[in-house]
Design a protein around this ligand. Structure first.
Ligand SMILES: Nc1nc2c(ncn2[C@@H]2O[C@H](COP(=O)(O)OP(=O)(O)OP(=O)(O)O)[C@@H](O)[C@H]2O)c(=O)[nH]1
Ligand SMILES: [Mg+2]
Length: 336
């Protein structure tokens, strides 16, 4: 008799009790979660899983065959560089959900954030700002979901680590009697498979594995640093009135040399736990063995360091950012 298939309620992986070295292992098929989720939930022990992005693309292609509503989740501190990418794969109605609002300063108005995205002329049906951690605007999101949904199913998609599973857990906690224990973690690729969660008779939320962003610094730092890098609290921006010939060293992870330009102001929007130090660049050799990214920054632009946050620079400047060579670094119009 063949065994009935059972999937982990935390990450969606197919459960098996035969091979400890393969995904989905559990000590007993009586369990509802795999050993990896068990260790993350109970001991905060994280285990890196390497996944390809083919599955993510395949999921998007299968969503395109439906007329279901899609929530595209982005992390406000670590925005996707290409917000149009998803439209290469799906024609469904899509709501852009700007998440982790709590990490940006309260003084920034939601309307200002929404306008920023509206000005980019993206092809989204609506935009909502939320913070699942602070239970902020979740009511508004549910309202928007009900307004746009075309069937029972609503897909939750986006890059890894943007907070898709956290958001679904929060929606379930607020609006359903059913318990929902999707596994969340600061590591990429926590969710491994599609997971359908019934919120009510006419609404099922579908969690999905995220797109892996190879340019994100989280892939290249020691996992023990993740807590420091991912802010849990509102960021207190650090502003430096800075002159050519000075540099900033941030969290011992990146170095920012100001090599050309007049008097300027650099504001660092990164986790409060990352120490920022200013030096005279000629007298400081630290981190110069890392890869130098030379950037021409225009008036009122941000330098984005994927996975860490961004530095708002007011005046035109030439800067050299030293970082791990795999980390994506680029400029964009100032978000704030
Ligand atoms: N500050 C803050 N952190 C959040 C919020 N929502 C999620 N996080 C954190 O973001 C990290 C990733 O959350 P997950 O819910 O696992 O993200 P995911 O998109 O499901 O990730 P994958 O399953 O890997 O694709 C965790 O460390 C969460 O605690 C939020 O509203 N605010
Ligand atoms: Mg997840």
């Amino acid at each position: 008799m063949s065994k009935e298939k059972k999937y982990c309620i935390g990450c969606g992986v197919l459960l098996q009790d035969e091979n400890m070295t393969i995904d989905g292992y559990t000590t007993s098929m009586e369990n509802d979660i795999c050993s990896r989720c068990f260790r993350m939930k109970n001991y905060g022990e994280y285990q890196i899983v390497t996944k390809s992005n083919e599955e993510y693309i395949d999921i998007l292609k299968s969503v395109n065959k439906t007329n279901d509503l899609v929530l595209y989740i982005v992390d406000l501190l670590n925005l996707d560089r290409d917000l149009k990418h998803i439209r290469n794969y799906i024609n469904n109605k899509v709501i852009l959900v700007l998440s982790k609002r709590d990490v940006l300063p309260k003084s920034v108005k939601d309307e200002k954030l929404i306008d920023y995205f509206k000005n980019m002329e993206l092809d989204y049906d609506d935009i909502v700002v939320v913070s699942p951690n602070k239970n902020y605007n979740i009511d508004e999101l549910l309202h928007v979901i009900k307004k746009y949904k075309t069937s029972k199913n609503v897909y939750v998609v986006g890059h890894t680590n943007v907070g898709k599973s956290t958001l679904i857990n929060k929606l379930m906690k607020n609006y359903s009697e059913n318990e929902c224990e999707l596994t969340i973690s600061p590591l990429p690729s926590t969710t491994l498979n599609k997971i359908s969660i019934k919120l009510s008779d006419d609404l099922t939320l579908i969690d999905t594995p995220g797109l892996i962003d190879r340019g994100n610094i989280v892939n290249y730092v020691d996992p023990s640093l993740l807590k420091k890098i991912n802010p849990k609290k509102e960021i207190k921006p650090k502003t430096y009135q800075i002159k050519k010939g000075q540099c900033l060293i941030i969290g011992n992870l990146i170095r920012v040399d100001y090599v050309e330009g007049g008097k300027n102001s650099f504001t660092v929007f990164m986790s409060n736990d990352l120490k920022v130090q200013r030096f005279n660049l000629q007298k400081q050799e630290g981190l110069k063995d890392l890869y130098p990214n030379e950037l021409d920054v225009l008036y009122h632009e941000d330098v984005v360091v994927n996975g860490l946050g961004f530095i708002k620079i007011v005046e035109k400047a030439k800067v050299v950012i030293y970082a791990d060579k795999n980390v994506e670094i680029y400029t964009r119009r100032s978000l704030i």
